[in-house]
Design a protein around this ligand. Structure first.
Ligand SMILES: Nc1ncnc2c1ncn2[C@@H]1O[C@H](COP(=O)(O)OP(=O)(O)OP(=O)(O)O)[C@@H](O)[C@H]1O
Ligand SMILES: [Mg+2]
Length: 255
């Protein structure tokens, strides 16, 4: 395997939150990771270990107390269009249609109406929502809403996609379908993905590499390469190699 260039790198991040005079809460302690172009990285760890904090740092939405985030080798000091983000809770604008929600970032960027409509329609078909361009979020199922947030995150053709529990609120069957969809979209667009998830099987099914974080303060506790061949079918999840990998990852998660 030839080494792909790094797109994102976290170097020894420390993050402390100060809440109204209380002693600082150390959320991340010496957290380092590297993300290569086009790779699919999953991050698992107990609740509150700093996963969302890590993603916000990688997005340039937060600044660390010490350590640094590098974007293609240069310090990342603010959010960039090349880094797409899907938040833990779907945050669509309820008064905007599917099309309107996806076009919002393009409107802000001042793209011409015809261009942004075309681009948004392309994304609507990429996430299989044809026929729903004029629907409002309240008229969509949870899985469909997450497709819209995914489409919106892809609007600038990002080279990195940061996903914070994108399917956490979905029922098991919808989640399984969204995993297959995610795989398809990733193989078409090939952004590097950093996906936080609570589901070990989702992590192993989707990722090239799984990082397990320690309880707070978060740092890397273990890392697993996932050598399962691609394309992966959902049937792989019953194979012995898959089961052994999920078991190994599970054994490293300390609550
Ligand atoms: N803005 C903030 N102000 C104060 N404390 C915060 C803030 N954001 C996060 N924290 C604290 O930092 C720690 C890590 O939070 P974070 O949301 O990163 O965890 P997480 O791993 O994403 O958890 P979960 O799996 O439940 O989503 C928690 O103890 C949380 O209370
Ligand atoms: Mg979180």
């Amino acid at each position: 395997m030839t080494a792909a260039p790094l797109v994102l790198e976290a170097r020894s991040l420390h993050m402390t939150f100060h809440d109204r005079g209380r002693a600082g809460l150390l959320a991340l302690d010496d957290m380092s990771l590297q993300v290569a172009a086009g790779e699919y990285l999953a991050i698992v760890g107990p609740s509150g270990c700093g996963k969302s904090t890590l993603l916000r740092l990688l997005a340039g939405l937060l600044r660390p107390i010490s350590g640094e985030v590098l974007w293609r080798g240069e310090p990342l000091t603010e959010p960039r269009r090349e880094i797409g983000f899907v938040f833990q809770r779907a945050n669509l604008m309820p008064w905007r249609t599917v099309l309107g929600n996806i076009m919002l970032p393009l409107e802000i960027a001042g793209l011409a109406q015809a261009d942004r409509t075309q681009r948004a329609h392309d994304l609507i078909s990429l996430v299989n929502l044809e026929g729903f361009a004029d629907a409002y979020p309240s008229q969509l199922s949870g899985g469909m809403q997450q497709r819209v947030t995914l489409a919106r995150a892809l609007v600038y053709e990002p080279s990195v996609l940061l996903l914070d529990e994108p399917f956490g609120a979905l029922d098991a069957l919808t989640r399984e379908r969204m995993n297959a969809e995610m795989m398809r979209i990733w193989s078409l667009r090939r952004p590097a993905v950093v996906m936080v998830t609570h589901s070990i099987s989702e992590a192993v099914f989707l990722a090239d590499r799984v990082i397990v974080m320690s309880p707070r303060p978060g740092r890397v506790r273990a890392e697993f390469a996932i050598p399962l061949p691609r394309p992966r079918d959902i049937a792989v999840t019953t194979e012995p190699e898959f089961v052994a990998l999920t078991r190994a990852v599970r054994a490293e998660i300390v609550d």
